[in-house]
Design a binder for this molecule. Structure first.
Ligand SMILES: *Cc1c(COP(=O)(O)O)cnc(C)c1O
Length: 408
């Protein structure tokens, strides 16, 4: 037996089935007409924003990193709840443009921005988070050619990282950002070139569950930003402090204490150095805002036994849920929270493996899980599917095609 990850709090049964948005899952699969299906709960997303804003200082602004989930109706909802949006490609810029969001509140990070992407962003008034001196040079030249004043921020590759983070994106040699020691010179260059300097972006990692680690990281980010601004002798109009707030996916994961993080931040904001006194202060989050609001539903198409082990074979799999299969940035595969959605109020009684329909041994949704007895036709729910599910899985693999997505 292998334990399953923790089901996010608040999910209940209606008529014996898992309920989402006040309706049993069969209602949503009926409406969709087929499985697999992602169902995202609007109420859960709204609640998450409300709780987070309550825990954080009023001054702190919250950006949404749209790569976590860019499904158009969800993006529209989240853009109304966010202070800004973070994009990482020209394609994401078009998705944001389609929502009608104010593009001056969008920032564009990511290595390898092509000239056409720089031009589109500068023309739209999007802030570029510069990832290298060469990129800065290209952006300034393109803006000159267009006769526009570009909004430029510098993404810092700091000399520290987010401890215990699932995915490290700062500290040491990295493709992201500009090494801290070279940042003051680039700030001067941007200011001297007459560009609209939009401050610093310091993102150090993802999926941290320890408040202590986040607090430690944020203190270092504020320090680092102050130091670089002083060296450049330019106050910061804006500081994107990064994010990294994680959600519990796996057995034993503990929920991040955002109140503890907010309290320390409140105290720090009350005593900011001159360089940051007038800065707009941001965090940027993806999975924390939408991850737990989504459920992936897939139907069992076969139930079989191999050398004594039960296999529940579903019509879904890693082509929609790469992360749950254990193939998206994890070293050791552990079980996500998974349940038999059509028998949500039934006690577990057998050990079963839940697999996808792809012809590869990588396609696993739950290993040796303790589940109610399930039959062909039953629905399996994979929780924490609101982020890096549909947007981060190889839906073309084996010709399967995308899952349906629904915001309810
Ligand atoms: C991916 C990413 C995020 C969002 O990460 P989450 O772990 O989903 O919160 C935020 N900022 C940057 C720069 C990123 O690359």
């Amino acid at each position: 037996m292998k334990p399953l990850g923790p089901i996010p709090p608040g999910f209940q049964a209606i008529d014996g089935e898992l309920a989402i948005g006040g309706k049993p899952v069969s209602h949503w699969t009926g409406q969709a007409g087929r499985t697999p299906l992602f169902v995202y709960s609007q109420t859960r997303i709204e609640q998450r924003f409300a709780e987070l804003r309550e825990a954080m200082p009023d001054r702190l602004k919250i950006n949404y990193a749209i790569k976590a989930n860019s499904f158009a109706p969800l993006l529209s909802l989240v853009s109304n709840l966010s202070d800004g949006l973070d994009i990482a490609s020209g394609g994401e810029l078009e998705m944001v443009r389609a929502t009608g969001f104010d593009l001056s509140r969008v920032s564009f990070a990511g290595p390898g921005k092509r000239d056409v992407e720089l031009e589109a962003a500068i023309t739209a008034g999007v802030t570029l988070n510069l990832e290298s001196e060469a990129e800065a040079g290209r952006a300034i030249a393109i803006a000159e050619r267009l006769g526009l004043t570009p909004s430029l921020a510098v993404r810092v590759n700091p000399d520290f990282e987010l401890k215990g983070s699932g995915m490290k994106m700062g500290g040491g040699a990295k493709p992201f950002g500009i090494d801290a020691e070279r940042v003051p010179a680039l700030i001067r260059k941007i200011v001297d070139a007459g560009c609209n300097f939009r401050g610093l972006h310091i993102f150090t990692g993802s999926q941290a569950l320890s408040a202590e680690a986040v607090i430690d990281m944020q203190a270092k980010v504020l320090d680092c930003a102050d130091r670089l601004a002083r060296e450049a002798d330019v106050p910061l109009p804006k500081l994107n402090m990064g994010g990294g707030f994680g959600i519990p996916y796996f057995p034993g994961d503990e929920r991040l204490d955002v109140h503890a993080v907010g309290q320390v931040l409140e105290a720090q904001f009350a005593a900011l150095p001159d360089t940051l006194a007038d800065a707009e202060l941001f965090i940027e989050l993806g999975r924390y805002l939408v991850g737990e609001a989504g459920v992936y539903l897939t139907r069992i198409v076969d139930r079989k036994v191999s050398y004594g082990e039960i296999y529940l074979v579903t019509d879904g799999g890693l082509h929609h849920q790469l992360a749950a299969s254990g193939n998206f940035g994890t070293v050791v595969r552990r079980n996500y929270p998974v349940a038999i959605a059509s028998r949500f109020d039934v006690q577990p009684e057998e050990e079963a493996n839940v697999v996808g329909c792809l012809c590869t041994p990588l396609d696993r949704l739950a290993d040796k899980a303790h589940l109610p007895r399930a039959e062909v036709g039953d629905l399996v729910a994979v929780f924490c599917a609101g982020a890096y599910g549909a947007s981060a899985s190889p839906s073309a693999f084996l010709g399967q095609g995308p899952a349906i997505e629904m915001l309810v």
